[in-house]
Design a protein around this ligand. Structure first.
Ligand code: SAM
Length: 370
């Protein structure tokens, strides 16, 4: 059988750069293991397939009916695009739920960065996959921790780390343990009248991030606008969207995030705070479904990590999205790590940018769309 053309895969619409690849040695180890286990495609579930390398290589090798869950909207689009480019089909995308896992006997996982996300996934596999299911989890050695094995051991009787190969390593978890009646996520926490609900993969969990808090403190001092169309871009658990809706009952708010775990958390945060009539939540990449020049206010606490690599392109994409979505004269409120000095970039991409607050850690700015 010819080698699968991993080099033809692209990350698009995610940020592309020379140091950012669309597949890695872990994908290849996971694919090789699944083929060695010899199960049919409809008994394989793939979780965390970043740009589709695992699903597509297995489909190309004749495994049909694979089920795949990707947290990021960008990853879902990349998989669809890469599949189209290679002329491959016959797999199905799912949320992290019973439909993804029922009857699955081999679950392949690209290990997530956060232990909470891993805990939610491990519980889901133990809860819904076949009783003899094997979870084969892989990662780059430099990003793997013993904590990951401990989390897996809460849901599986056997957890075996294998020897590293090509700087990646597989950990095999087998014999799913009985699960508690309620899944471990979402979790909930109260913050001075704001309830946050978080799934395992959501930024900061149910905590209120200190950057988010800095932005909220500044917004409280701003003059109250009239009815306004407000976007929480990269909403995480929805802390900014819901705080705005609670403070401005006549606002129309959209909270949007490219992470499915974030969007699900934000929906539950919206419900928990009784603002479903004022806040809509979407799972989308950089607000791509939002109309040009449709918003009066954009709230933004941008990421500066892309997966495990530090790359500021992720923030730039959101500045460009804010510039597109805002009406002329509309306001972008941004909080960022003071060391990043985004002010010049915000001025170039969005419009005149003033500093509203600065500490050694965080800077809050307002940019007016020109
Ligand atoms: C630093 S967190 C802030 C979350 C939330 N706004 C808060 O303040 O707690 C950044 C969020 O941006 C999201 N994000 C990153 N890139 C994105 C993109 N291209 N489109 C939509 N959301 C994105 C991440 O998933 C993450 O939830």
């Amino acid at each position: 059988m010819p080698e699968f053309p991993y080099s033809r895969l692209r990350r698009w619409p995610d940020v592309e750069a020379d140091n950012l690849q669309a597949s890695d040695a872990t994908d290849i180890l996971l694919v090789e293991r699944a083929l060695a286990l010899g199960v049919p495609g409809d008994e394989i579930a793939v979780i965390g397939d970043e740009y589709g390398a695992i699903t597509l290589a297995l489909t190309d090798a004749g495994r049909h009916g694979i089920r795949v869950h990707q947290d990021l909207a960008t990853g879902r689009r990349a998989l669809a695009r890469n599949a189209g480019e290679l002329g491959l089909g016959g797999f199905a995308s799912h949320e992290l739920d019973a439909d993804l896992l029922t009857g699955a006997r081999v679950v392949l996982l690209q290990l997530p960065k956060a232990l909470a996300e891993l805990e939610e996934i491990a519980d889901a596999v133990a809860r819904w996959a076949a009783p003899d299911a094997v979870l084969v989890a892989g990662g780059r050695v430099k990003h793997m921790t013993l904590g990951q094995n401990e989390v897996l051991a809460r849901s599986f009787a056997h957890v075996q780390a294998e020897r590293a190969e090509r700087k990646s390593r597989l950990v095999v978890a087998s014999e799913p343990l009985p699960v508690p009646a309620e899944p471990p996520y979402p979790v909930t926490a109260e913050h001075d009248g704001l309830t946050l609900v978080a799934h395992g993969g959501a930024f900061a969990g149910a905590r209120l991030d200190i950057g988010t808090r800095a932005l909220l403190d500044v917004l409280r001092l701003e003059p109250t606008p009239g009815p306004a169309d407000v976007i929480d871009l990269g909403c995480g658990t929805g802390a900014l969207a819901v705080s705005w809706a609670l403070a401005h009952p006549d606002a129309r708010v959209i909270a949007t995030d490219r992470s499915a775990a974030a969007a699900a958390s934000a929906r539950e945060t919206v419900a928990a705070n009784g603002v479903r009539d004022r806040v809509a939540v979407t799972h989308d990449d950089a607000g791509s479904d939002l109309q040009d020049a449709s918003a009066d206010v954009v709230l933004l606490n941008p990421p500066f990590h892309l997966g495990n690599s530090i790359h500021t392109g992720a923030a730039t994409r959101l500045f460009e999205a804010a510039a597109r979505i805002l009406r002329p004269g509309g306001e972008l409120f941004t909080v960022f790590n003071s060391s990043l000095g985004y002010r010049a970039e915000l001025t170039r991409i969005v419009g005149p940018t003033e500093q509203l607050h600065r500490t050694s850690k965080f800077t809050v700015t307002r940019s007016i769309r020109r």
